[in-house]
Write a protein that binds this ligand. Structure first.
Ligand code: FES
Length: 529
C-alpha cells in the first residue's frame, strides 16, 4: 500500500489541489458600509451577495481564507442532514420542518445556478444521498424518517441494499443532491466579489465591537474598521454581544481520510446512522476517483487519543473498500445549536446592526449558502420566508431546555474534573513531537516538545471560563471540553469562544532532550513548592 507524503499531516485534500490568491493584513484604520468577519463559505458568499446588491463590503479573516471549517469539510451539498426531518416535525411542527427542507434545497439550487452561470470548474456532481442503518433499531429510525419525507413531500425511497460490501438493514435515499470541491467553487465567488469592488484583509483578527453611533470593529493588531453593519460569519461568533452563544451550542470534532480504494467506487453519498457513524463520498485527486471516509465524532476535548480515530477510519476503509493508496487525513470542528437548527440573524432581539450565522451542525455547505442569502436579505431590508425559523433569539422549550441542561451539566463537570486530576509526568520527560498533561511545581500544566526539541509549557486553564484543556495529539492543539475553544501548542487561540491565549509557563531545562524515565521510576506528585 502506498502512502502519500501528506498522510501524517492533518492536511485536507481541498487545500492541496486548489490555489487561492492571498491578501494583505489590515495595517491602518479603515471604514466600510458592511464588515463581514470570517472567510469561509458563509463569509465569502455573504460578501459576494452584498457587493452584488451594491453595498461596500470589507471581508476580514483572522487566518487565511478557507482555512477553517470550510477548508476541512467533506463538502456534501445536501438537504439530507442525517436523521432530522422526523425530529423537526416533532419539535417544530410540519410547517417548520418543511421550511427547513425548502431553505436547504433553495441553497443547493442557488449553488448549482452559480456553478452554471460562472462556469465554475469545481467538480460539481449531482448525486443521490443515502442514509443507511446496520441494526434493527436503525432500520426503524429510517422508516420514521421516511414517513417524514412522505409527509413533507421530500423525494426519496426506502430500500435495503447498499452498492458496497456492507450489510444494511435499511437505506433511505434523497434524490438529486450534490458534491463538489469547495475551494474551487469559492475561489470563483471570491473573484466575482473582487470584481464588484469588494475588499479583503487576511491575517486580521476581529476581536471586539464598539457599539456607538457608528460601529467599530477592533482588530488584534490595534486597528479599527468603522461600519454600519457587522456580520459575524466566523465559526464561533467573534463577538457575543450578550447573546451567550457559548452556552447555546456545543462543539464536536470529526475526522476524514482520503484514500484510493482497491474496490470499485459506488455512485452516491452515504452516511450511516448507527454507531460508529461513517460518511462516504467520492472525490477526485490527480484525475483519479478517490473516496473520502469520515466519522468518529466526539465532543471537542473529550475524545480518546485522537490518533485512534484515524486508525478506526483506516480499518473501516480497508475492510469495506480495500486501500490501494492512503492520501490525506484531516479533522474538522463543528458547532451544533440546542435544537440543531442554525442561528442566523440579529445577534440579540433588539440589535439590528450586528448579525451572526453559526451552529451548522456539520452541514455547512447548504447552511452557509442559506445563511448568506438570509443575511443579505436582512441588510437589504428584504423579507424572507425563512427568517423566523433560523432567528438566533428563538428558544423552543423542547428540546432546547433539555439540551441546555445537559450542556450546562457537562460544562460544570469539566470545570472541576480536570482540576482534581493527579498527574505524575514531568515536562522534561517528553520526546520530540509529544504533548501531554504534566506536573510542574505541584500544579497541572500542559507541555509539548516541538520537532526542534523546544519545550512549550502552558497553564491548562482555558481563558474563556476556566475549564481544563486537553491535548489533541493529532492536531497538536489544546482543546477545551466545555465550549470547544482550541489553542495551539504555543498557547495562541486557534478557535473561540476564548479570545486570550493560554498562559505560558517559563521553565528552564538543558537543550538536550533527557531520556524518557520508565514508569516505575516516576516520582509521586509533590505539593506546591
Ligand atoms: Fe469555555 Fe473553555 S471554551 S471554558
Amino acid at each position: 500500500m502506498e502512502q502519500h507524503e501528506n498522510w501524517t499531516q492533518p492536511e485536507p485534500l481541498w487545500r492541496e489541489n486548489a490555489s487561492l490568491p492571498s491578501y494583505e493584513a489590515l495595517k491602518e484604520d479603515t471604514a466600510t458600509e458592511v464588515a463581514v468577519v470570517g472567510g469561509g463559505i458563509t463569509g465569502i458568499t455573504t460578501a459576494y451577495l452584498l457587493a452584488k446588491a451594491g453595498k461596500k463590503v470589507t471581508l476580514l479573516e483572522a487566518d487565511e481564507l478557507l482555512n477553517g471549517t470550510t477548508g476541512h469539510t467533506s463538502a456534501k451539498v445536501t438537504a439530507q442532514h442525517g436523521l432530522i426531518y422526523h425530529e423537526l416535525m416533532n419539535h417544530f411542527g410540519e410547517e417548520e420542518a418543511s421550511l427547513y427542507y425548502q431553505a436547504q434545497t433553495d441553497a443547493l439550487e442557488t449553488m448549482q445556478e452559480w456553478v452554471e452561470k460562472y462556469d465554475i470548474s469545481c467538480e460539481w456532481v449531482k448525486e443521490d444521498a443515502y442514509l443507511f442503518a446496520t441494526t434493527k433499531q436503525g432500520a426503524h429510525k429510517l422508516e420514521k424518517e421516511f414517513e417524514a419525507y412522505q409527509a413533507l413531500g421530500i423525494p426519496g425511497q426506502l430500500s435495503e441494499a447498499l452498492p458496497f460490501q456492507m450489510d444494511a438493514t435499511k437505506t433511505l435515499c434523497m434524490n438529486n443532491q450534490a458534491r463538489f470541491h469547495p475551494i474551487k467553487y469559492l475561489a470563483a465567488l471570491l473573484s466575482e466579489f473582487i470584481k464588484l469592488g469588494g475588499e479583503i484583509f487576511e491575517h486580521t483578527k476581529a476581536t471586539d465591537v464598539k457599539e456607538g453611533d457608528r460601529m467599530e470593529i477592533q482588530t488584534g493588531e490595534g486597528y479599527t474598521v468603522a461600519c454600519e453593519k457587522v456580520i459575524s460569519c466566523s465559526h464561533f461568533p467573534f463577538y457575543d454581544g450578550k447573546g451567550f452563544y457559548f452556552s447555546r451550542m456545543y462543539a464536536e470534532r470529526s475526522y476524514i481520510m482520503a484514500i484510493e480504494p482497491e474496490k470499485e467506487i459506488p455512485d452516491g453519498m452515504y452516511l450511516s446512522i448507527d454507531e460508529p457513524k461513517r460518511s462516504i463520498r467520492t472525490a477526485e485527486y490527480e484525475g483519479t476517483p478517490i473516496l473520502l471516509i469520515g466519522g468518529e465524532s466526539h465532543k471537542t476535548g473529550q475524545g480518546v487519543d485522537t490518533s485512534f480515530h484515524y486508525h478506526a477510519l483506516e480499518e473501516f476503509a480497508a475492510e469495506t473498500f480495500g486501500v490501494k493508496r492512503k492520501l490525506f487525513q484531516w479533522s474538522a470542528q463543528d458547532l451544533t445549536t440546542l435544537d440543531k437548527v442554525p442561528y442566523i440573524g440579529p445577534i440579540t432581539r433588539k440589535n439590528d446592526r450586528i448579525f451572526i450565522a453559526t451552529g451548522f451542525h456539520k452541514w455547512g455547505m447548504t447552511s452557509g449558502t442559506l445563511a448568506a442569502k438570509l443575511l443579505c436579505d436582512y441588510i437589504t431590508g428584504e423579507e424572507s420566508l425563512f427568517h423566523q425559523l433560523f432567528k438566533p433569539t428563538r428558544f423552543k422549550s423542547d428540546p432546547s431546555m433539555k439540551q441546555f441542561i445537559s450542556q450546562s451539566f457537562d460544562v460544570a463537570t469539566h470545570l472541576v474534573e480536570g482540576k482534581l486530576e493527579l498527574v505524575a509526568d514531568r515536562p522534561n520527560r517528553l520526546n520530540k513531537g509529544e504533548g501531554k498533561i504534566v506536573q510542574w511545581k505541584g500544579e497541572r500544566a500542559g507541555a509539548y516538545r516541538d520537532d526542534k526539541g523546544q519545550l512549550h509549557v502552558l497553564d491548562t486553564t482555558c481563558t474563556h471560563m476556566g475549564c481544563e484543556v486537553e491535548w489533541n495529539s493529532a492536531e497538536h492543539t489544546w482543546d477545551c471540553p466545555c465550549h470547544g475553544s482550541r489553542f495551539s501548542y504555543d498557547g495562541s487561540v486557534v478557535e473561540g469562544p476564548a479570545d486570550q491565549p493560554l498562559m505560558k509557563i517559563a521553565i528552564e531545562e538543558n537543550s538536550e532532550v533527557p531520556p524518557r524515565i520508565e514508569e516505575n521510576e516516576f516520582e509521586e506528585p509533590q505539593d506546591s513548592q
